[in-house]
Write a new protein. Structure first.
Ligand SMILES: C[S@@+](CC[C@H](N)C(=O)[O-])C[C@H]1O[C@@H](n2cnc3c(N)ncnc32)[C@H](O)[C@@H]1O
Length: 221
């Protein structure tokens, strides 16, 4: 393994803001994240597939009265988010290295106030539908972990995944779409201002080449 990567993994192992396999808190904080992990027991927002954590850190900076967790399977990406949060002196942000499939082992029922799904891998092949982060299997998981009426947000460049998600929501009893746009940055409605304010790494790349960003905000209950 390259030396820099190894060093980052070692950093992750000693950072209290990162929960990952091998640490005593891993899969032990369910129902207690707000009180036992964060400094203040504020409402908790989770970003699934946070990559380098720009969005989680950006949200945490804008909302000091809330707590934010970025989740990703890649330790090196999480290291970047954690490093940025540390440089900014943020105390309302953390990261967890795990697969989203195992969410129910990490969080208690109703523990999350909001979930962001930002530029998930589109998984276009039929045999990978189950792995899409907005497939019925994942929506059922999110519903279990969200407070009743909790908000979900999807941002994506990918038309196929976006339309798939809308079809899935239409077939989901109780699901309600609150806001929807197929071109977020063309919107002048102030309802979208907050969502335009922070960009993920992938979002910046797609915007730079003129790909419209799709966004939907919804509730499952
Ligand atoms: C296309 S990148 C987007 C990263 C970031 N959200 C952004 O917009 O810049 C997708 C991210 O999701 C993570 N990921 C994909 N499948 C995952 C899974 N099942 N559980 C956790 N993370 C996953 C990948 O490691 C990657 O960092």
């Amino acid at each position: 393994m390259p030396r820099v990567k190894l060093q980052r993994f070692q950093d992750n192992a000693s950072r209290p803001d990162i929960i990952e396999p091998g640490k005593p808190e891993y899969e032990q904080l369910g129902g207690r994240w707000r009180t036992d992990f964060f400094r203040e027991p504020h409402p908790l927002t989770l970003e699934v597939g946070c990559g380098k954590g720009e969005y989680t850190v950006g949200l945490a900076q804008r909302h000091p009265q809330r707590n934010f967790l970025g989740l990703d399977i890649k330790g090196e990406r999480i290291w970047r988010g954690s490093t940025r949060a540390e440089e900014m002196g943020l105390t309302n942000v953390g990261f967890v290295r795990m697969r989203a499939e195992a969410l129910a082992a990490q969080f208690g029922p109703g523990e999350l106030s909001e979930i962001w799904i930002t530029f998930p891998d589109p998984r276009p092949r039929d045999r990978d539908i189950k792995r899409r982060l907005t497939s019925p299997r994942f929506l059922a998981l999110y519903e279990q972990l969200l407070t009743p009426g909790g908000l979900l947000h999807l941002k994506t460049d990918n038309e196929g995944l976006f339309e798939y998600t809308l079809e899935t929501l239409a077939a989901q009893p109780g699901a309600r779409i609150e806001r929807l746009t197929r071109d977020l940055y063309a919107e002048t409605d102030p309802a979208f201002t907050e969502t335009q304010a922070i960009q993920t790494n992938f979002e910046g790349k797609y915007r730079a080449i003129g790909v419209p960003i799709k966004y939907v905000q919804f509730r499952l209950t």
